[in-house]
Write a protein that binds this ligand. Structure first.
Ligand code: SAM
Ligand code: NAG
Length: 626
């Protein structure tokens, strides 16, 4: 189930009386209005240079609304005739002045963001002015945002009376409005206070081109009333393609703006229809579990080097899928190891290593009861605080069949060998909580024909476009570290504001028990992806899946996701600088897993189409303690 848009607003291309416009809008169920900042009767034409900009009267007084209404009920629009890239110098200069004047006034009103049209690819001078306005830390404009209205597909725009015409690009590719935005935000160093107001057009581009917008910071979704058809009952409705696209938007937090005149019985019906579309959207399972956590970076847990806390264990233990699947795996393994005829005589030794607060022990006991097999369980845990819980559970619940052992599994001298070794030491990337190293230590007490649950796990990577994640990384406040430090970590993050540039590929695999003569958990692999569309690479997403036993699996890879599971969010693996890609470009990623006496770490690098240099060399920034 989706959720409502943040708010739904109504566009007034000319509103002489703002309070009146707000009343009209709220009567129809809208939350805000969008109006040009300049009063319609005081509109200044660019060619009229008789009055200097700062002397011209153009704006209504701020007293027409209370400060709170300005902030909550109004999204202002910058005058549409402005052209900061006009070839006519006088026009350009006047546009610059008016642009700064209007932004200053929006700031004075305390309004968070203003809307501005983007009409073509050439916006270099606009970019400079935007960046200068938005990027200076000392400026009081630091909190303001500019939302650029961009259509999903380009159309010829009728020249307005005030505008000088600019020659259009004829190159079809350049006419893809995504490029208008991409060029501008790269010039503006991916500044996150520039966002997109995406205008849905009648003819939509390909699905791939549409999904690409989900990698961009869409603040507003602009829906023209002209898109609506009329159903049999006389109500507005959208084409199937438009419905599909808007329902995909419902996974992200967005504001909706309805533009254009009323073409149906009441404007109210547009709001109702859009709310309905959002709320009835079926979200894919890997997005469903994100709600409330979107795009918040977390540094991955290190359950080996640190002791997990009560809250963390409790959060894990609420997962409705993970423990059930572990239970199923133990059940299958017990059935396979003990034939029906031996069920009274054969007692299986199960060791749960890294038992935490015991949920896998409980699952194991349930599985044995269900399989009608006898077991003896060792619960091994190194965290002394979790051991308190384990001892208590043994006393009140499990009884004598469970032995609690407070020990590091890599050093434990087990009194006997086990039939089944159960563990969950997996991170979002499979091996990144050092499951391979821990289980290599523990497998010495697994019988030669014993079973490890999990029996294998694999990591996957996928190139990603997400200005949002890049910003979150770049803007992290970390003291006393060099600039590259933040870009040489991996982050656990629920990724909704993202576009995946190419299908995911498998990176590393680990298999347990590892019976190789020499155990080597270092890895190196080169992967080659092909960009599905022109796009900008901001890093990679990392996922894992695991085979617990035979066909019992857990996965956080979107196309095989274990529905309902929320124990793991994927990883974001950043790169220092974004890389521009053309459709069909190769993306070559080099990835290493390395270790020394005390730690394990990853190193990575994009080599093609351009090279980033190797990130995290020698684990200089991000490492996982052994
Ligand atoms: C991800 S938690 C899983 C806890 C519990 N089994 C569950 O599924 O809710 C991993 C647990 O393994 C423990 N652990 C990690 N490495 C260990 C080691 N080398 N020896 C013993 N315990 C370890 C951690 O303290 C932590 O409690
Ligand atoms: C950019 O990242 C910083 C740091 O996490 C965050 O505080 C800020 O809100 C982000 N900017 C936007 C516009 O999302």
């Amino acid at each position: 189930m989706g959720r409502k848009p943040r708010s739904c607003g109504l566009d007034f291309p000319a509103a002489a009386n703002i309070s009146h416009a707000i009343n009209t809008a709220t009567d129809c169920g809208f939350g805000f209005v969008c109006i040009p900042l300049a009063h319609p009767n005081l509109r200044r034409c660019a060619n009229d240079q008789s009055v200097p900009v700062e002397k011209s009267k153009w704006m209504r007084t701020d007293l027409v609304l209370g400060a709170n209404d300005w902030q909550v009920r109004v999204i202002p629009r910058v005058s549409s005739w402005l052209d900061l890239d006009s070839p006519n110098e006088g026009f350009r200069k006047r546009s610059e002045e008016v642009f700064h004047q209007e932004l200053a006034y929006a700031h004075h009103l305390g309004i968070k963001g203003v809307l501005m049209d983007l009409r073509r690819r050439q916006n270099n001078n606009l970019a400079r002015h935007l960046l200068s306005k938005l990027s200076s830390e000392t400026s009081s404009y630091f909190r303001d945002e500019v939302w650029l209205q961009i259509p999903t597909s380009s159309r010829k725009i009728a020249a307005s009376s005030c505008r000088n015409d600019v020659p259009e690009d004829d190159d079809e590719d350049k006419d893809d409005p995504w490029h208008w935005w991409d060029d501008l935000r790269l010039l503006c160093a991916s500044n996150m206070r520039l966002k997109v107001a995406l205008e849905v057009t009648a003819d939509l581009p390909s699905e791939e081109k549409l999904s690409r917008w989900f990698g961009e910071p869409i603040e507003v979704l602009v829906v023209p009333t002209a898109l609506f058809m009329t159903n049999k009952a006389g109500y507005p409705t959208l084409s199937k393609a438009h419905q599909r696209f808007i329902q995909k938007c419902a996974a992200r937090e967005m504001t909706v703006l309805v533009t254009g005149g009323n073409r149906h019985a009441s404007l109210r019906h547009y709001v109702q229809y859009i709310n309905h579309l959002f709320q009835s959207a079926e979200l894919p399972p890997h997005i469903q579990c994100n709600l409330g956590f979107e795009d918040n970076l977390q540094v991955p847990l290190q359950p080996l080097a640190d002791h997990l806390e009560s809250f963390t264990y409790e959060t894990f233990e609420k997962d409705p899928v993970k423990y059930t699947e572990y239970g199923n795996a133990v059940y299958e393994a017990l059935i396979d190891r003990v034939p029906e005829s031996e069920k009274e005589t054969n007692t299986q030794v199960v060791m749960v290593v890294g038992a935490g607060r015991g949920p896998l022990v409980t699952q194991t006991i349930h599985a044995a009861r269900k399989a009608n097999r006898k077991i003896r369980v060792y619960a091994v845990e190194k965290n002394p605080n979790a051991v308190v819980t384990l001892l208590d559970l043994k006393k009140v619940d499990w009884g004598d069949i469970v032995m609690v052992v407070h020990c590091d599994m890599r050093k434990w001298k087990a009194p006997e060998k086990c039939d089944i070794l159960v563990s969950e030491l997996l991170g979002s990337f499979g091996d990144n909580e050092l499951s391979p190293e821990c289980l290599d230590g523990a497998q010495v007490f697994l019988k030669d024909d014993g079973i490890s649950i999990p029996e294998s796990y694999r990591s996957y990577v996928q190139p990603i476009m997400s200005m949002r994640l890049y910003n979150e990384t770049r803007e992290l406040k970390i003291c006393d570290k060099p600039y590259y430090y933040k870009f040489e970590q991996t982050y656990v993050v629920a990724q909704t504001n993202s576009y995946w540039i190419a299908p995911r590929q498998q990176l590393f695999e680990f298999i347990h028990p590892n019976r190789n003569e020499v155990i080597d958990n270092t890895r190196f692999k080169k992967l080659k992806f092909i960009a599905s569309e022109d796009s900008t690479l901001y890093g990679f997403t990392g996922y894992f899946d695991t085979t617990l036993y035979k066909d019992v699996m857990l996965s956080i890879v979107p196309d095989t996701y274990s529905r309902g599971m929320f124990s793991w969010f994927p990883l974001y693996i950043p790169i220092m600088e974004p890389i521009s890609l053309k459709k069909g470009d190769p993306i070559e990623l080099l990835f290493w897993r390395r270790r020394d006496e005390t730690k394990v770490w990853y190193e990575w690098c994009v080599q093609r189409p351009t090279t980033t240099g190797i990130h995290n060399i020698n684990g200089r920034s991000g490492t996982i303690g052994l």
